[in-house]
Design a protein around this ligand. Structure first.
Ligand code: GLU
Length: 475
């Protein structure tokens, strides 16, 4: 059975790069009726942030990528949080020592620091000098008995080639002399990533290990550990690193790496997933818009391209707009209402939102675009984007004409205004711009006649009359 996992470190906000990984794990597992597991990798206690776990799961739920096994969903291979598995790592680290594949190291922090400085001065890559590898077992025993602090390190064989198969890149060879004798178990009893990931992926029966390209350099250590334990290594896939349009690394400094940023800006999770799916994968028919279900049916891990994709926010915004365009009107209405309640603490009147949806459905890209475009439906303008003080006469004529209209419908209004403009010999563009700004305060709005129909006769007349009273430049 296919079993994939996301090994998430709870070190901050939920990152969009994590969702990118999860999407592939999730889709591949679902395609094969397998299981998708979330493991919390909190072995670096200093970097662990309180509350981060909860945020991870709420992000997964928001995207509809909920896991089958995790700390919140019981499964047969728990516990699913690494800090709850410490005795397991200790046992396996000691097993490796017993097999002669790992060793105790008693080097002090100070010694290691001096060593690092020395190597740096010589412009060499900082690596452990294997000092404790030479200690004899008697001495090790004695020092352990006296309670001296220790770590357990991986014994990397000298002068061999370590071959790792990456399913996307083929076989990659590493010279073992460039591979550090990695710490596997730290002096505080916590494992490092290397030991924990191998032990957990093995015990949790992970079949496909999908992780970011930045982990590729750790693969010789991972491979050695599998060999030392005599376990089968899962299939390895390193997904490409997402980049900014200027090719720099898509880093946490940009706001839009945080999943919450997308929520707050009114993106739809299904549009984000569609966009992420196309970073490193392409639809066999070249389609740009497809559902998660369609993606699951078509996707295969082997089709991922190991080429750094560019994260293009305007493209994602466009895609989000496409999803809004295709959505049922009642659903958009609900989404807008929920969005403003949740993220801006505003309770918009449902009937008004419902009326305006047909006018804006093709005009907004994100839910957050709704109010800037539609605010004037809920309150009269406080400011006008152009100066209307010279238009008093025009507005008086408009009011006169509008007052005669009994059937307050967009078409009627449009016809009446059109004929007034030509009677007065005022340029259409000028006429309608003045009217638009008088009613809404803005130069760009949804279609004017329809907007006026929604606002109603009394309110429109009130607003236009108000502009007649205002003489000051209100810009
Ligand atoms: N814990 C690592 C991270 O959060 C995951 C590495 C892996 O998937 O093996 O980036």
């Amino acid at each position: 059975m296919v079993r994939t996992r996301a090994a998430i470190s709870p070190t901050g906000f939920p990152h969009i790069g994590t969702i990118y990984q999860v999407l592939f794990d999730y889709a591949f597992a679902k395609k094969h009726q397998g299981r998708f597991i979330v493991r919390i990798e909190d072995t670096d206690q200093e970097r662990t942030v309180a509350g981060a776990e909860t945020k991870i799961f709420s992000a997964l739920d928001w995207f509809g990528l909920s896991e089958d096994e995790s700390i919140r969903k019981k499964g047969p291979y728990g516990p699913y949080r690494q800090s709850d598995r410490l005795p397991i790592y200790k046992k396996y680290a000691e097993e490796l020592v017993g097999k002669g594949k790992a060793y105790y190291c008693f080097c002090t922090k100070q010694r290691l620091e001096e060593l690092r400085n020395q190597l740096q001065k010589q412009k060499k890559v900082p690596m452990y000098d294997k000092y404790c590898r030479k200690l004899n077992s008697e001495e090790v025993k004695k020092r352990l008995q006296t309670g001296e602090k220790f770590v357990i390190r991986l014994k990397v064989p000298e002068n061999i080639t370590i071959k790792v198969r990456d399913e996307l890149r083929g076989e990659i060879s590493f010279d073992s002399d460039n591979v550090d004798d990695q710490v596997l178990l730290k002096s505080d009893g916590y494992p490092t990533y290397f030991l924990a990931v191998v032990v957990d992926d093995h015990l949790m029966k992970i079949t496909h290990m999908v992780r970011g390209e930045e982990w590729l350099t750790s693969s010789p250590k991972i491979k050695l550990l599998y060999d030392h334990f005599q376990w089968d290594i899962p299939r390895l896939y390193h997904t490409p690193i997402i980049r900014n349009p200027d090719k720099s690394k898509f880093s946490k400094r940009q706001g839009h790496t945080n999943v919450d940023w997308y929520k707050k800006n009114g993106f739809l999770p299904e549009a984000i997933l569609n966009y992420l799916a196309l970073l490193g994968w392409s639809h066999p028919e070249g389609k740009e818009l497809f559902t998660l279900t369609e993606f699951i049916a078509l996707f295969d891990l082997k089709d991922l391209k190991p080429i750094g994709p560019i994260f293009d926010l305007p493209k994602l915004e466009w895609m989000n707009g496409q999803y809004i365009m295709k959505m049922q009107r009642s659903k958009i209405k609900d989404q807008i209402l929920n969005y403003y309640k949740k993220y801006q603490d505003l309770r918009l009147p449902e009937d008004m939102v419902e009326k305006t949806v047909p006018l804006i459905q093709e005009r907004i890209k994100k839910l957050a675009d709704y109010l800037p475009l539609c605010e004037f439906f809920f309150q009269p303008p406080e400011k006008y984007e152009i100066n209307l003080s010279s238009q008093k006469e025009l507005f008086s004529k408009i009011v006169e004409k509008l007052q005669q209209i009994s059937d307050w419908q967009a078409e009627e209004l449009g016809g009446a205004m059109q004929s007034l403009a030509s009677d007065l010999k005022v340029k259409n563009s000028e006429f309608f711009m003045a009217l638009r700004v008088a009613v809404s305060g803005k130069k760009i709005t949804p279609p004017l006649n329809e907007s006026m129909e929604i606002l109603g006769k009394t309110e429109c007349l009130r607003r236009i009359e108000l502009t007649i009273d205002k003489t000051a430049n209100n810009c």
